[in-house]
Design a protein around this ligand. Structure first.
Ligand code: GKR
Ligand code: MG
Length: 425
């Protein structure tokens, strides 16, 4: 590699509600560009909060002269980057929605963007799409589910924000209307509702309303671990006939295992199995039936394939969840998902919520699917003007938005708000 460019950006985000609070008007992401000695550039994207930037900079410094094809070497270099102990809790981080926070996981979340950027550059150099570098696609399009959120009409008055055209969704009728908009705009046929926002009865009613409006369509509910075991079991019983799966109803492997023992509804997770080290206990206890990869914190596309192979071995399903992200990450998700043989659940994506991007052309959902790009690399092109614009927003920020904090955003409206203790219900 001749050089690496790191560009933190702030991306507009609508006021989406979750159990911790509400999305801030702008979310940090990090765009990684690696440049080869031949002048080929590859791009990657990951979380952009300060704790990730702190690791990305020293890793970038070590990469001059490194081959983009040497991905194992890239991970070895990442292992050498020291992690500030104050950044990690070593346990399920109630302030985050991404499971246990460990030094390795932080490193993996960062190196994943470099891995994707290297694969993009390598693919461009060889004239091959990223999926071909991963062994080849087994499908031509990847199915995504609509990601429904309770949301306010707009960010609080007086808060600088972009306006979105989705309207409010704060009850079952609002959620059904939002789902209809998703199907009209993107053709999605399966639906995930972010729960843990209102008391379970209200969210049960929303799922029932969706089941009535879209009979037979796959439905999921994800309260991000906000419920106790008895509440989770009750919701599973009440919605058992309409749910494809229940996602992280309760927090942690033991609680999930207890829920699993009491219900036939499959349990999915992107919170209790987030590292390879967490797999043995969860699978032995039968705590989860579907693992949702996040290729950022699992450490990239090849690790996602390894996760899929382990899941297949143990008869556990695999799919992908998402967080606020841009088109580079969607392209990366699509390439790797296209290579996973047993992908029986639509992946979810926040992408429709992001009206802004750093690409010259946005990726398109057609019939709820993204066509797998066959152009060299990821098949996307960075728009340098847009990148500069979103980076300028990051530079101009006084530091308040550079670290995602949904509870802080909620305090603008409810000054007493603190991240709710778990279980909340
Ligand atoms: O963006 O509010 C959100 C989501 O809750 C996200 O942060 C989660 O990581 O979507 C994710 C999930 O499936 O838990
Ligand atoms: Mg989830």
């Amino acid at each position: 590699m001749a050089g690496v460019r790191l560009t933190p950006v702030l991306v507009a985000d609508p006021p989406l509600l979750n159990t911790q609070g509400v999305h801030q008007p702008y979310t940090p992401r990090l765009i990684v560009e690696v440049e080869t000695a031949d002048g080929i550039t590859g791009v990657g994207e990951t979380y952009g909060d300060t704790k990730y930037l702190e690791l990305a900079r020293p890793l970038a410094d070590r990469l001059t002269g490194h081959q983009v094809s040497d991905l194992n070497g890239l991970f070895r270099l990442a292992d050498q980057v020291a992690v500030d102990r104050s950044r990690i809790s070593g346990q399920v981080d109630v302030g985050g929605l991404r499971g246990v926070q460990t030094a390795d996981k932080l490193r993996l979340s960062v190196v994943s963007a470099f891995e994707v950027a290297c694969l993009d550059a390598l693919g461009k150099a060889l004239g091959l799409p990223v999926h071909a570098l991963l062994g080849g696609k087994v499908r031509d399009a990847v199915e995504y589910s609509a990601y429904l959120f309770y949301k306010w009409d707009g960010h609080p008055a007086g808060v600088a924000a972009e306006k979105d055209d989705w309207g409010a969704a704060l009850d079952p009728a609002g959620i059904v209307a939002q789902a209809r908009t998703f199907t009209e705009r993107y053709g999605f046929t399966s639906f995930k509702l972010k729960g843990g926002v209102f008391p379970p009865e209200e969210e049960i009613a929303a799922i029932r309303a969706l089941a009535e409006a879209f009979p037979g369509h796959p439905l999921r509910l994800d309260p991000n671990g906000a419920w106790s075991v008895p509440t989770s079991v009750r919701v599973a019983r009440e919605l058992g006939d309409v749910l494809e799966y229940l996602e992280d109803p309760a927090l942690g492997t033991s609680a999930m295992a207890e829920v699993a023992r009491e219900t036939g509804v499959p349990l999915a997770t992107n919170m209790c199995v987030t590292t390879f080290a967490e797999i043995p206990e969860a699978f032995t206890k039968g705590a989860v039936q579907v693992v949702l990869s996040d290729h950022h914190y699992w450490g990239g596309l090849r690790n996602t394939q390894q996760l899929a192979a382990i899941c297949r071995t143990f008869g556990v399903g695999v799919s992908m969840h998402s967080n606020t992200h841009l088109g580079i990450s969607l392209a990366a998700m699509t390439h790797v998902a296209s290579t996973v043989p047993d992908l029986h659940h639509a992946c979810d994506s926040h992408y429709p919520w992001q009206a802004e991007d750093v690409l010259t052309e946005r990726l398109v959902f057609d019939g709820g699917r993204v066509a797998v790009p066959d152009a060299p690399g990821l098949g996307v092109e960075l728009d340098q003007d847009r990148l500069r614009f979103l980076h300028r927003r990051w530079l101009d920020d006084d530091g308040r938005l550079r670290d995602r904090d949904d509870a802080a955003a909620m305090r603008v409206v409810e000054p007493e708000w603190v991240t709710p203790a778990v279980p909340r219900w």
